[in-house]
Design a protein around this ligand. Structure first.
Ligand code: ADP
Ligand code: MG
Length: 254
């Protein structure tokens, strides 16, 4: 069953076409990886879906989520959906956390969008699930007191506190060490087990092979290849995908 359907999405900044006529789906319980070189439009697609593009960006097409076109919803309604049904993990979490508030309170605020029950407890639990050893200390910290990796985990805890149906994650593991990265990937796989979905932007081919059901390959803002990891493995067409497969072969020799 389709959860998200992106149709003919185009985004331009000024006259520059960053994304051109991109269409793909994310099914319920599926992890779809969006890959492509730097500047190919991955973050732009994710931000367009979440309504997080700057005002200056011109967006065309549609992104249907449970029958609603996210690209046409009023901002208020979209903000509400983003807190509860859709979670967003930023490539640069420092920019997203408010420096004036303890991070635990910020996660609690997100929880309050969705429910008013036991939000403090849920926030702490959500921090714990990202593998943070001392969730209470982190809960009571201000963003500037935390390392980049911890801030990224706080963002992940925030994005998942309401058990969203769809998680949009923009290179969520870049600031993390290998063991924490594994933990986060497990969290994504658990999300999938529960019938939830993840749209994951990543540069890391190892991550693709570990979690993806399907892969969408972008180049210069255009979709150049799409398929199940299995199909791509058997018959990669695009040079980028061929590289993806050769790296997987290298990895599996160990
Ligand atoms: P990726 O995430 O794949 O690296 P982006 O979606 O961030 O790519 O960027 C796609 C293209 O759009 C790049 O050429 C980038 O320079 C440009 N771009 C991204 N954001 C903006 C913006 N706010 N204003 C102008 N150009 C932008
Ligand atoms: Mg990006």
């Amino acid at each position: 069953m389709t959860l998200l359907e992106v149709k003919n999405l185009s985004v331009s900044y000024g006259g520059f076409k960053a994304v051109q006529n991109v269409s793909f789906k994310v099914d319920k319980g599926e992890i779809v990886c969006l890959v492509g070189e730097s500047g190919s439009g991955k973050s732009t697609i994710l931000r367009a879906i979440a309504g997080l593009l700057p005002e200056s960006a011109k967006v065309e097409g549609s992104a249907l989520f449970e029958g609603k076109d996210l690209l046409k919803l009023p901002k208020r309604e979209l903000n509400k959906i983003r807190g509860s049904l859709i979670g967003f993990i930023f490539q640069e979490p420092s920019l997203y956390l408010d420096p004036l508030f303890k991070v635990g309170k910020q996660i609690e605020e997100t929880c309050l969008i969705h429910s008013n029950k036991r939000c403090r407890e849920k926030a702490i639990l959500s921090l714990e699930k990202t593998g943070i050893e001392d969730p209470l200390r982190v809960y009571n910290s201000y963003p500037h007191q935390l390392s980049g990796g911890l801030k990224q985990r706080v963002n992940i805890a925030d994005a998942t506190v309401n058990g969203p149906k769809l998680l949009l994650a923009d290179e969520p593991t870049t600031a993390l060490d290998v063991s924490t990265q594994k933990r986060i990937l497990k969290l994504f796989l658990k999300q999938k087990e529960e019938g939830r979905s993840v749209l994951l932007v990543t540069h890391d081919f190892g991550v693709v092979w570990e979690v993806a059901d399907r892969v969408v390959v972008l180049k210069d803002g255009k979709l150049v290849e799409e398929g199940s990891v299995f199909d791509l493995y058997r018959e990669p067409k695009h040079p980028y995908t061929k590289r993806l497969v050769s790296i997987f072969r290298e990895l599996s020799e160990f």
